[in-house]
Write a protein that binds this ligand. Structure first.
Ligand SMILES: [Zn+2]
Length: 465
C-alpha cells in the first residue's frame, strides 16, 4: 500500500509523546506518510483536520516473527508421552514448514499481520528462513518466499523488516542440515544477496536486514563471512541465542563457552545486533552485551508456551540494554498482552510487584517504562532511525477506544497502565500506518477476503493431518 499522496492534518484529544500523555495534539503528515509537525495544547480540532476518536499511541514494533508459524498456533497443545519440550514442538513445526506454498504463506502472513495491527503493532521484523521450494530446490527467483511474506504485509498494510536467515547445519557437530530442514538452507552470500534484493526492490513500508539462525545452526566461519558482506551497511542483524538450556550446554561442550559469552568474545557486536530470547544469561554476559550496544528481543508468550525460561529482565534493564518484544510463534498477537506477560513473568519469578518500574529514575509507572523501552528498542531492531509520535517518523498511529471495558472512566493519568494491565481484549480502535488508515473500529478494511484466504489455506495445510 502506498502512503497518502497529499498533506493531512490529524487532531487527537490525547497522544503519547515522549513518554507522557499530551492534550489537544495536532499531527501533520506529508505526502510521503511522515510526520512534519506535532504540537500539543490545541484544544479544538483545526478546520479540515481528521479527528482521532480516542487516546493515540505510537505503533509498536513486533521485533521477532516467523509468520508461517501462525498456521500452527493452537495445534501443539497436547502431550502424548512423558516428555514434551521445545524440541518435540520443533519437530511438529517442521511439518508446516515443509508443506506451506508461497500462496499459503501470503494468506497466513496477511491474516497474522491484520491481527498484529488490531493488537497495536505497525511494524514487524520477519526472521525469515523458509527460503526454498518443498523439495529443497531454490526457486527461480530466490526471494519467492520473501515476496510472499511481503505481499501479505502489503495486503494488511503493516510495515515489514525482512531478515533473511543464515541457516546451514543441524547442530554444532552436524555440518549438514537434516532432510526436514531442506527449505531453510542458506549461505552467507545467499543471505546477503537476498537482503540486497529486498532492499533494492524499494517496496513501500519494506526494508531488510540479515539474521543468523543460532550458533548451533551456523559455523563461526560463515557468521564472519556474512558480517564481512554487510560490514558497511547500517542494517539490523538478528540472532536467536540462549533460548534453551540444551543450547547453552551444547555451546559449552563444543566451544567451551556459553552462547552469549561466545558471541561477545568472537563477534564484533554493535548496536545493529539484536539477541533474540537471551533467556539464559549470566551477570557477566549481560554486562558484556551492555558494553556492545546490542539489544535483546524477548518473546514472553512464546517463551512461556515453549517452556523456555524467564530472562533476567531487571539485570538487562539495569545494564542499559535495549529491550524489544516479539511474538515469535504467534500464540499471542497483542502488544499489550506481550508486555503484560513480560512483567508478569518477573512478578511470578521474584514474588514482587511492579518489577520493571524504576522509582529511582522517576519512572514509577511500570506500563510507561515497558512501553517506551519496547518502542525505542523495537525501532532499532527494525532499522528505523525515527519512530513514535515525533517529527520525520513514519506517521503510524494507534487510536485506543476509550469506551472499551478496561479503559472506561479511567483517569487520563492511568490510561496506559489500564491498557496494559486491565484489558482482556485489545482496546485498539483505529490504526494508521504511514498516514493511511488500515483498521477502522477494530476491523481491517480487507478483513473478510483476508480471513477467507487464511481459512482456505489452513484447510489445505491441515487436511488429513
Ligand atoms: Zn524465533
Amino acid at each position: 500500500m502506498n502512503a497518502q499522496s497529499s498533506h493531512q492534518i490529524f487532531w487527537a484529544p490525547l497522544a503519547w509523546i515522549s513518554g507522557a500523555w499530551q492534550r489537544g495534539v495536532c499531527l501533520e503528515v506529508d505526502g510521503a506518510g511522515r510526520f512534519t509537525c506535532i504540537s500539543s495544547g490545541i484544544h479544538t480540532a483545526p478546520e479540515h483536520a481528521t479527528v482521532l476518536r480516542g487516546p493515540v499511541l505510537p505503533g509498536m514494533v513486533n521485533a521477532h516473527s516467523h509468520a508461517f508459524q501462525r498456521a500452527f498456533a493452537g495445534l501443539s497443545e497436547r502431550r502424548d508421552s512423558d516428555a514434551d519440550d521445545f524440541w518435540s514442538w520443533r519437530d511438529h513445526m517442521y511439518g508446516v514448514a515443509l508443506r506451506i506454498t508461497p500462496a499459503q504463506m501470503r494468506a497466513v502472513a496477511a491474516q497474522l499481520y491484520v491481527e498484529m495491527l488490531q493488537g497495536g503493532y505497525t511494524q514487524v521484523c520477519e526472521f525469515h528462513y523458509l527460503h526454498h521450494a518443498q523439495d529443497g530446490a531454490q526457486y527461480d527467483d530466490p526471494a519467492t518466499m520473501a515476496w510472499a511474506v511481503a505481499d501479505g504485509a502489503a495486503d494488511a498494510g503493516l510495515g515489514l523488516t525482512v531478515l533473511p536467515v543464515l541457516y546451514e547445519r543441524a547442530g554444532f557437530d552436524k555440518p549438514a542440515l537434516r532432510d526436514d530442514q531442506r527449505r531453510f538452507a542458506g549461505t552467507p552470500d545467499f543471505v546477503a544477496d537476498l537482503q540486497r534484493s529486498v532492499e533494492h526492490a524499494g517496496r513501500a513500508l519494506v526494508n531488510a536486514g540479515v539474521s543468523i539462525h543460532s550458533l548451533r545452526a551456523a559455523s563461526p566461519h560463515s557468521i564472519h563471512a556474512l558480517m564481512l558482506r554487510v560490514e558497511t551497511h547500517d542494517i539490523p542483524v538478528h540472532i536467536h541465542v540462549a533460548e534453551q538450556m540444551q543450547e547453552v550446554r551444547d555451546g559449552l561442550s563444543h566451544t567451551g563457552q556459553r552462547p552469549i559469552e561466545w558471541l561477545c568474545n568472537n563477534v564484533a557486536m554493535d548496536a545493529r545486533w539484536q539477541l533474540v530470547h537471551a533467556t539464559h544469561a549470566e551477570a557477566a554476559e549481560i554486562d558484556a552485551v551492555g558494553r556492545t550496544g546490542a539489544g535483546v528481543v524477548i518473546c514472553p508468550s512464546t517463551e512461556g508456551n515453549l517452556g523456555d525460561g524467564i530472562a533476567d529482565l531487571p539485570a538487562w534493564l539495569g545494564a542499559g540494554v535495549p529491550i524489544a518484544i516479539g511474538s515469535d510463534s504467534h500464540v499471542c498477537r497483542n502488544a499489550m498482552e506481550e508486555l503484560r506477560w513480560l512483567e508478569y513473568g518477573q512478578r511470578l519469578k521474584l514474588q514482587r510487584r511492579n518489577v520493571c518500574a524504576s522509582p529511582a529514575t522517576g519512572q514509577s509507572a511500570t506500563a510507561a517504562r515497558l512501553f517506551d523501552a519496547a518502542l525505542n528498542a523495537g525501532a532499532r531492531a527494525a532499522g528505523q532511525t525515527q519512530w513514535g509520535l515525533c517529527r520525520t517518523a513514519r506517521a503510524d498511529m494507534v487510536v485506543l477506544d476509550g469506551q472499551s471495558p478496561g479503559l472506561l472512566g479511567m483517569p487520563d493519568t492511568h490510561l496506559l497502565d489500564a491498557a496494559m494491565f486491565a484489558c482482556d481484549n485489545s482496546a485498539v480502535r483505529d490504526v494508521y500506518v504511514g498516514g493511511r488508515q488500515v483498521i477502522v473500529n477494530g476491523q481491517h478494511l480487507q478483513q473478510t477476503p483476508i480471513e477467507a484466504q487464511f481459512e482456505s489455506a489452513m484447510q489445505s495445510l491441515w487436511q488429513g493431518h
